[in-house]
Design a protein around this ligand. Structure first.
Ligand code: TMP
Ligand code: ASP
Length: 236
């Protein structure tokens, strides 16, 4: 299967149509952005690291009964995926306090949450992907109440699976962002990517950050950290 028309270019990926109407090709870029694109850099090798990490995680989730868009890895940076009608929502799951929540609520980074927090953000670059509640989502027509409940329970199920997976590798799953869509039959399916760009991952022993916070916080060694995650995953 080869890419035909470029349908969409995002900050970290390009999406192409293919000869099969039900399939797209995603191509991971080496660009890193943060703070809604205000900070930018090219990190050589990041695209292929995220492609491989996300595909392995999607395959793991698929084996555990979670429907994902993953079909086949085509090259180091390109993957064939199922076409989905995406919800304009980001579903964020937080096990431990970090990032925007630490700032917003004044809670110290590293504080564990019980119960786990699930948040929705409205996927809208010009508004800076604002945090919204269920009623906002309904008013904006982003999903039905039943779909919002399904998204929350799927996100928590994925959290349980990924937490166990990373725990085995000596990695703490601090928080992460998921995006879902609907396939041709109306099933809710996990799309986008699951990678160190979209998850906070800390070394369990040292609490070293192994994710995009290395870029956001100018800690250096971004690709080296992603490489370490992939390396640990290859032994699982
Ligand atoms: P936050 O603490 O900045 O709100 O981020 C929460 C989680 O969501 C974190 O794992 C990073 C991820 N994330 C994305 O994948 N894309 C984004 O645009 C943002 C803001 C966060
Ligand atoms: N992905 C967002 C951006 O590109 C924000 C982030 O991940 O921090 O700006």
């Amino acid at each position: 299967m080869t890419a035909t028309t470029l349908l969409y270019e995002g900050k970290a990926k390009k999406v192409y149509a293919t000869s099969d109407l039900q399939c797209y090709i995603v191509d991971y870029k080496d660009e890193a952005t943060a703070f809604n694109g205000a900070k930018k850099a090219t990190l050589s090798g990041k695209g292929s690291l995220n492609n491989r990490i996300s595909n392995s995680l999607m395959q793991y989730l698929q084996k555990q009964g979670i429907a994902t868009h993953f079909i086949q890895e085509l090259s180091p940076t390109q993957t064939l995926v199922k076409r989905l009608d995406m919800f304009a929502l980001e579903v964020i799951v937080r096990n431990i306090c970090a990032g925007s929540l630490a700032k917003r609520l004044g809670i110290k980074e590293g504080t564990p949450f019980e119960p786990t927090i699930v948040e929705f953000c409205y996927k809208n670059d010009s508004l800076g992907d604002p945090l919204i509640n269920d009623v906002h989502a309904l008013v904006l027509g982003l999903a039905s109440q039943e779909e919002l409940e399904s998204l929350k329970s799927l996100a928590l199920k994925i959290n349980t699976l990924l937490q166990a997976y990373f725990k085995n590798l000596g990695i703490m799953l601090v928080d992460f962002k998921l995006e879902f869509g609907k396939d041709g039959e109306g099933n809710i399916v996990l799309g986008d990517e699951v990678s160190p760009d979209t998850c906070r991952l800390w070394d369990t022993r040292t609490h070293q950050k192994l994710d995009k916070d290395r870029f956001r916080e100018d800690l250096g060694g971004v690709c080296e950290a992603y490489e370490m995650v992939l390396e640990k995953m290859s032994h699982s």
